[in-house]
Write a protein that binds this ligand. Structure first.
Ligand code: ADP
Length: 396
């Protein structure tokens, strides 16, 4: 069958649409007005039954050829079911209007076929059927209702496409997380061993050869950087799979800051870290994780500013929160960078070219802070430096 038009049957309005489409198709196929009317009425009667009893289906209008004769055909399809076993007024009425009405059932579908032989006098052939098809396509929707319906089905199609794209993206994301987790675990053990041996070798080094000491120091420092990166990768995979476990303890901030101050300064040996008198506050934190956050933000302050530049750390209590401010006088950031820095793997175009890194630190840091019920924000001026503010709720 050459399909000329198709209507999905959902409600009363579709009956009118099926009727109008049948009329127009029959007209283009050269049928007389009375035949057009009889056939279209039969089609809409069957459609009514399908909507009422089978809760919807589709009506397909087309032309079929059989032994050189052409038939105007309508196939109304719905889900299989015993809808028309007992006498059905609509079907019986339609049967009186068209010469052929057949009901055929498969396991899934029920097809009601209405057929009408197109008189030879119309001289219809396959070429003309194709021309009718084109004409109908060019004419487009027959009514405002059909236009809306077509738009809706297009929107539905786009929506389905989007859903599929989303499912694919989610699947790929899961695959990536799994890969990340496996790779990080596989790298972690040999790297930690490597770093430990470098440390041991440095301790055993008797200082006889400056060159050897230099080489061991380099191996130690560089392996330390890779170990830190792999730890970040492990953190990301833990965050993704939701298995990061916090060991939160009531903490006196003043004591804690004094304890970590020296390590923070050692982490940025080429910069001067000024730590103001810590605020007196009690917080509930996983100390190791919060130290990791401080390390990351202070590390960035050093990385993105000139050697020997100053970095300031200050704390205060504002509105029931401890606010830790870390300021640098470094390269600063554009508004676009500010909007994105806490996103996973985000790095600004400028930094990609000039500084090494993976764009994981701030993502992990912000997740840790949010998991403590806090927030992390940034204020920055390009070329003039940045200030990160970490807000942590006070322990009541
Ligand atoms: P990485 O430093 O490995 O790129 P981060 O997640 O720590 O990853 O930082 C993300 C991005 O935020 C950096 O690439 C950089 O563009 C910007 N950024 C972070 N801290 C600063 C800072 N103190 N000054 C300027 N830019 C910064």
């Amino acid at each position: 069958m050459t399909t000329l038009a198709q209507i999905t049957l959902e409600n009363e309005m579709d009956l009118i649409l099926a009727y109008k489409k049948s009329m127009r198709t029959a007209e283009l196929l050269g049928l007389t007005l009375s035949t057009q009317t009889a056939f279209s009425t039969a089609v809409s009667e069957v459609c009514r039954e399908v909507i009422d009893k089978a809760q919807g289906g589709t009506a397909t209008l087309g032309a079929t050829a059989n032994e050189g004769r052409f038939f105007f055909t309508a196939i109304i399809t719905c889900e299989a079911g015993e809808y028309f076993n007992k006498s059905s007024d609509g079907i019986e009425y339609a049967r009186k209007l068209v010469p052929i009405l057949e009901i055929a059932a498969t396991e899934e579908k029920l097809n009601i076929t209405l057929k009408l032989s197109i008189p030879r006098s119309t001289r219809i052939d396959q070429r003309q059927v194709s021309a009718v098809k084109m004409r109908l396509e060019q004419e487009g929707p027959i009514s405002a209702y059909e236009e809306v319906k077509l738009r809706n089905s297009e929107l539905l199609r786009l929506n389905q496409q989007k859903e599929l794209a989303l499912l694919t993206a989610n699947y790929l994301n899961e695959q990536k997380t799994e890969f990340l987790s496996i790779a990080a675990h596989e790298l972690n053990t040999p790297l930690t061993v490597l770093r430990s041996y470098a440390e041991l070798a440095l301790r055993m080094d008797d200082g006889q050869s400056d060159r050897l000491t230099q080489m061991l120091t380099k191996i130690h420092r560089q392996s330390g950087k890779v170990v830190a990166l792999v730890k970040q990768l492990l953190d990301i995979s833990k965050l993704e799979t939701g298995v990061i476990v916090y060991d939160k303890e009531a903490t006196d901030w003043k004591t804690f800051q004094e304890q970590v101050a020296q390590d923070l300064q050692m982490a940025v040996p080429n910069h001067q870290l000024f730590m103001a008198e810590p605020a007196t506050a009690d917080v509930l934190v996983d100390r190791i994780r919060i130290e990791q956050v401080l390390n990351n933000v202070v590390g960035n302050a050093a990385k993105y500013s000139d050697k020997h530049a100053n970095i300031h750390v200050s704390t205060m209590v504002v509105d029931g929160q401890l606010v830790i401010s870390i300021s640098d006088k470094g390269i600063g950031m554009s508004t676009q960078t500010i909007e994105n820095i806490f996103q996973k793997f985000y790095r600004s175009d400028d930094t990609i070219r000039k500084y090494s890194g993976l764009g994981m630190g701030l993502y992990v840091a912000s997740r840790i802070v949010t998991d403590h019920g806090g927030t992390i924000t940034v204020a920055s001026v390009e070329g003039d430096g940045s200030t990160f503010n970490i807000h942590l709720p006070l322990l009541n």
